[in-house]
Write a protein that binds this ligand. Structure first.
Ligand SMILES: Cc1cc2nc3c(=O)[nH]c(=O)nc-3n(C[C@H](O)[C@H](O)[C@H](O)COP(=O)(O)OP(=O)(O)OC[C@H]3O[C@@H](n4cnc5c(N)ncnc54)[C@H](O)[C@@H]3O)c2cc1C
Length: 312
């Protein structure tokens, strides 16, 4: 199908099938992604579809695949830089039943849309140890599995026992942790584009006071070191082997460096913050300047940790 009329017709047909797969209220057009990212940056998604159950998720992805329409599954948008031109195709946002959690002894099953930090705190309240590292990570369980989110010497890889995914075969498959190939901020599902439906975590019974103390220590470290009062997407760069990206950036003289309203955080040089009206273009230019400076100063080429998606 070609030309603007053909495109409009294809979009109407796609919208109709998405509505049938969910319900009208949950299919929105042209939604600015700046509303759905912690950076508060990002152009419009052609379609934003909120799905409330595994069945709806399966049907929507099936429609996209069947029509060869690209899709992106959104968690809480806390590790995303969406370019200013927005996202062509469908952004799928799990919610509703997909945020459910169930506790069974030392096992916790959490839907992809469950908030990671809330889940971590609930585990702590129940005397389950293992999730203290996650109390300040603002993402969803789905995003955390994909990114192998971690902090303070722990990470999802240490607690995930198995997870349910929609793979390219359009069915829900349970995959044990041993096959998930977790690495530093990577995973097999990330590489293969699998969609997380839920994850089962295996924790350990622990001492309530000790768990609470570790949670408070981790929260205090974050509050002291991270610019949590300003929009950001967390650490911009991966930690190079044996080094800290923030220290390298500081040593290269980039702390406080600014392009438009995007700034290398004065509090933590590993973060870029949005001072108000930063665009993705500003952030991308700042990222390049920082990379060049660190390369020139320390001979290290920094790799982005945040996911950069969408069109210019
Ligand atoms: C202030 C701040 C502090 C942070 N601190 C940390 C930290 O200490 N450690 C850390 O690791 N991260 C940290 N982050 C980054 C971020 O919170 C994590 O990477 C988190 O796991 C991302 O989850 P999300 O739901 O926001 O994912 P999103 O940002 O929405 O998405 C990230 C990627 O996962 C994919 N995705 C999301 N959900 C699914 C799903 N259900 N199925 C398939 N793919 C999916 C997206 O398509 C995208 O590619 C921080 C971010 C902020 C803003």
């Amino acid at each position: 199908m070609s030309g603007p009329c053909g495109r409009a017709e294809a979009d109407r047909a796609l919208e109709k099938s998405l509505v049938e797969a969910t319900s009208r209220a949950r299919v929105e057009r042209g939604v600015p992604m700046s509303r759905h990212t912690s950076f508060k940056i990002g152009g419009p998604a052609d379609f934003l579809v909120t799905v409330e159950s595994a069945g709806e998720l399966l049907r929507v992805l099936g429609e996209c695949r069947g029509r060869r329409v690209p899709f992106l599954v959104l968690g809480r948008g806390t590790n995303l830089l969406v370019r200013d031109g927005g996202i062509r195709g469908v952004v799928v946002r799990p919610a509703g039943d997909l945020a459910a959690t169930t506790f069974d002894g030392e096992r916790v099953r959490a839907g992809a849309a469950a908030g990671l930090a809330d889940l971590a705190r609930e585990c702590g309240r129940r005397g389950l140890s293992g999730m203290e590292f996650a109390v300040g990570i603002p993402g969803s369980v789905g995003g955390a599995v994909i990114m192998n989110a971690g902090a303070y010497d722990s990470e999802m890889a240490k607690v995930v026992e198995s997870a349910d995914f929609i793979t390219s075969r359009d069915l829900i498959e349970s995959v044990p942790a041993g096959l998930l190939e977790f690495g530093y901020r990577t995973s097999r599902p990330q590489r293969e584009g699998w969609v997380v439906v839920s994850a089962t975590l295996r924790l350990a019974c622990g001492d309530l006071a000790a768990i609470r103390r570790r949670e408070e220590e981790n929260t205090a470290k974050r509050e002291a070191r991270q610019p949590i009062d300003l929009p950001s997407a967390g650490s911009v760069f991966k930690r190079p082997p044996g080094r800290y990206a923030g220290t390298l950036i500081q040593e290269a003289g980039c702390q406080g460096l600014r392009v438009g309203d995007a700034q290398v955080s004065e509090r933590h040089a590993g973060f870029i913050v949005n001072l108000g009206s930063a665009t993705a273009r500003d952030v991308l230019e700042l990222i390049e300047r920082v990379r060049q400076a660190v390369q020139a100063h320390a001979g290290v080429w920094l790799e982005p940790e945040l996911r950069i998606v969408g069109e210019d």
